[in-house]
Ligand binder design. Structure first.
Ligand SMILES: [Zn+2]
Length: 302
């Protein structure tokens, strides 16, 4: 499509009309994301999270996926967000900023921000620039915006990481480094401090690792409510065999494969006669374990 012969007036008018359609489509997309979230469809399709699904299956870049999730979640409480995005009064970056700030404020103050305050904030953001919105939101919520964590992957595969800590978090880190100063040859180098701590955690918590001390493997939380504990040596075998979440979408064959918050699941639940034998056990991530249990519980009521 060549636009070389289009008049200036038409070029401007066409672009405006295209952008208006883009906003309409965005509103539709957000409504779809809300429904995907409500149904937890991403779990059914073999993804460990909504973010995982939007980046790997839908094809959004990380930032684009996160902004849409933020907007969709804010619209759960304040559906007006969608209309305001569609009309162009506010944009996705502002909504994402607001949702992140609300989340941070709720964590700090340990209280929920009510729907009316959220709505007031959205109304104040109308037709403001992004930097004006930053000032407005941080003042209204009395918070300081944390810089995003930055990771840069370099050509030798090393990684540069930039994180902002709160004062209290930083004091804890300094204390940790001080305590480790005797255990490490170059105790003041943060990369070595973090590696040392990582090794300790991996030794203690990595369930797929071969461990010799039985005390290092904790009882898994079983949402099936199995009273009879799975023997520790069986747990180890399961984690070593499976390594990651084994949930698979029956239609596409897509396996979750998440290595986050792994738990042991009974394929046939204990309450319907399932056993603690190896072949009835598998590793699932916490999200799939919970969801599979919900499906089974619902089915059993039918
Ligand atoms: Zn999973």
């Amino acid at each position: 499509m060549s636009l070389q012969k289009v008049t200036n007036q038409n070029l401007d008018a066409n672009l405006k009309s295209l952008v208006a359609s883009e906003r309409e489509i965005l509103a539709e997309i957000l409504i779809h994301i809300v429904e995907v979230e409500r149904r937890k469809l991403y779990l059914k399709l073999g993804f460990s999270s909504l973010f995982d699904y939007l980046t790997k299956s839908i094809g959004y870049a990380n930032g684009s996926a996160q902004r849409r999730i933020d907007a969709a979640r804010l619209s759960f409480d304040v559906p007006e967000v969608i209309d305001k995005l569609e009309s162009g009064e506010i944009n996705l970056a502002q909504v994402s900023l607001l949702q992140k700030s609300i989340r941070e404020k709720q964590v700090i103050s340990k209280t929920k921000i009510d729907v009316q305050s959220k709505l007031d904030l959205i109304e104040q953001l109308a037709n403001k620039s992004f930097s004006e919105s930053e000032v407005l939101v941080t003042r209204a919520l009395d918070i300081q915006l944390k810089e995003q964590i930055k990771t840069n992957h370099q050509k030798d595969e090393s990684v540069r990481l930039e994180i902002t800590f709160s004062k209290a978090q930083w004091q804890k880190l300094m204390k940790m480094r001080e305590l480790l100063s005797n255990s490490l040859p170059n105790g003041s180098n943060w990369d070595q401090v973090l590696e040392y701590v990582s090794d300790k955690i991996i030794q203690q918590k990595d369930k797929t690792r071969v461990v010799s001390r039985s005390s290092t493997v904790k009882e898994p939380k079983s949402s099936q409510g199995a009273r009879q504990a799975i023997p520790v040596n069986v747990q180890r075998q399961i984690f070593r065999r499976d390594q990651c979440c084994q949930y698979k979408d029956k239609h596409s064959g897509k396996q979750c494969g998440s290595t986050w918050r792994l738990e042991i699941d009974h394929i046939q639940p204990i309450w319907s006669g399932g056993s603690n034998k190896l072949e009835n056990l598998r590793v699932l991530c916490a999200s799939h374990n919970r969801e599979v249990y919900r499906w089974q519980a619902n089915l059993s009521q039918v």
